[in-house]
Design a protein. Sequence first.
Length: 77
Amino acid sequence: METIQVVLDAKLLKATDLAAKRQKVNRSALIRHALREHLKRMHVLELEERDRRGYQAQPQREEEFRVWEDAAVWPQD
C-alpha cells in the first residue's frame, strides 16, 4: 500500500471519523472502501452511457423486441 495525504474540511473529517467508528474500522479503511465503491459506480455509469450512445446510434426496431413481449405474458390460470 501507498501512503497519501488527503485534505478534508473539518465537517467531513468529523463525519468520516464517526462513520469509521460505527463501522469499527479505521479512517483509512473507511476511505479505501468508499473510494472503491465510488469507482465501481463510476464504471457502471460509464457502461450505461456507452450503451445509451449505442442504442441512440442504432435504435432497436419494433420487431426486435416484439418476441420478448410474447415471452413476458403471464400464463392464463
